[in-house]
Design a protein around this ligand. Structure first.
Ligand SMILES: Nc1ncnc2c1ncn2[C@@H]1O[C@H](COP(=O)(O)OP(=O)(O)O)[C@@H](O)[C@H]1O
Ligand SMILES: [Mg+2]
Length: 409
């Protein structure tokens, strides 16, 4: 069936979608190259269909989402790309959608920022039963990314994302709150998370940080805007892309993110777990997105003894270990270590609400880890300051080399 890829009210390109499987079979007319999703190549006026399909697939709920197989059975759809068609591909993180040919649908009447949406799909995705009524599929949950069970709700007019944790410790929601507290103290712009309980399970809850005028473009798509050559590191490549695009303050914002991730031993900061916000109308860059999704941290899936030993901590997105990755930080001067005093008590407080999911020894292990990592970071910051400030090895007098004399000798 024929659709038009839309960016708010702008027609971007006509496409054919195979509705049985939700795959883009053909890209027809391109109307507006500038408004194509970022990172999708156009050669001689022809849109890279494989890249557009990858973008479309990435827009759907990933196959790895916890509980998605059962949910699809209940929803009666064969895969998550077909589910995505049922909400016109609309999202609460950006402004793209697809308009069925001849439908005359208008963005203002159907976007989820201004219009109500059904919570049916969300309920099914987190394992609730909605037996006995017809499912209303118009939901931003059809386009939500990530592994964890989650659903969007509207509370007093505000769009909020509820996100669960994984068995057995269900620690991620609490880690989100701990990360929020660390970032509050260090002045790092972030999404604020708190805890709510539903059916005996903890969820993190946060406000949508995107509005109907803005959109999130993850680092993954930013990094697709240039070709990475073999001699350029992942970090440098991303910064090069940021330079070309003119996103603002990338170095400092990434410094802040890497410092946070070191403190909380974050294991899942992949390129879709951070990004940049742009104005969806003018395409101007607003800046680095407030830090979100810091939950896969502080040994969220590990035994208490493993949290204490600190072994096997994965690291993303630039280096394989946090010890290597933290070396990318260009300046620690902004880190106010005094502001972290007392964070232990706050962590204990947060985890005291976790009930059976965090007993005293686990809480102690988490507090111990954070303290240890802050201590390590402080030493690193001192070393770096010493490197910059150390005058012992400064040249005595900055006099130009006298080559003439050298040759005379
Ligand atoms: N507060 C938010 N506002 C807008 N979009 C969000 C928000 N939080 C997350 N997202 C989007 O939803 C996706 C999934 O959320 P995330 O927190 O990363 O879940 P997971 O932990 O399952 O990976 C993110 O990659 C991002 O695109
Ligand atoms: Mg994520």
């Amino acid at each position: 069936m024929k659709y038009t890829v839309m960016h708010k009210n702008i027609e971007v390109a006509d496409i054919d979608i195979d509705e049985e499987v939700g795959v883009i079979r053909k890209v027809n007319k391109l109307y507006d190259k500038k408004h194509l999703p970022l990172g999708i190549d156009v050669k001689k006026g022809i849109v890279d269909r494989a890249a557009l399909n990858e973008w479309w697939k990435n827009r759907s709920i990933p196959d790895s989402r916890s509980g998605v197989k059962t949910a699809l059975e209940k929803l009666g759809v064969p895969n998550t790309q077909v589910l995505l068609l049922r909400c016109n591909g609309l999202s609460l993180s950006d402004q793209y959608w697809i308009r069925p040919d001849g439908s005359g649908a208008k963005w203002k009447d159907i976007n989820f920022f201004e219009n109500d949406f059904s919570e049916d799909v969300g309920h099914i995705l987190v394992g609730h039963d909605i037996k006995g009524r017809k499912i209303d599929y118009s939901s931003p949950d059809n386009s939500s990314d990530g592994f964890l069970e989650k659903r969007w709700i509207i509370e007093n007019g505000t769009r909020k994302l509820l996100k669960s944790g994984s068995s057995p410790f269900r620690q991620q929601p609490f880690c989100e709150v701990i990360a929020s507290s660390v970032m509050d103290r260090l002045g790092i712009p972030h999404v604020k998370y708190s805890i709510v309980w539903d059916n005996g399970k903890p969820y993190s809850i946060c406000d949508d940080f995107i509005t109907k005028e803005t959109e999130l473009v993850t680092a993954w798509y930013v990094s697709k805007t240039r070709k990475q050559d073999n001699s350029t590191s992942a970090y440098r490549h991303l910064l090069n892309c940021c330079d070309t695009l003119g996103t603002r303050n990338a170095v400092h914002s990434i410094d802040q993110m890497l410092v946070l991730d070191y403190i909380i031993a974050n294991e899942d900061r992949h390129m879709n777990n951070f990004g940049f916000v742009r104005d969806a109308n003018t395409l101007e860059w607003i800046g680095f997105a407030p830090i979100y999704d810091s939950g896969s941290s502080l040994g969220y899936d590990k035994l208490t003894s493993q949290i204490i030993s600190g072994s096997n901590v994965q690291c993303k997105p630039f280096k394989k270990t946090h010890e290597e990755q933290i070396k990318l930080v260009s300046s620690f001067d902004w880190v106010n270590f005094d502001a972290l005093d007392g964070v232990e008590d706050e962590i204990r407080d947060i985890l005291s609400s976790a009930g059976e999911y965090a007993d005293e020894t686990r809480t102690n292990a988490i507090v111990y880890t954070v303290k240890k990592r802050i201590g390590e970071l402080e030493s690193l910051a001192m070393e770096k300051r010493n490197i910059i400030d150390n005058i012992e090895d400064d040249v005595a007098e900055d006099i130009a080399e006298n080559y003439g004399m050298k040759f005379d000798m």
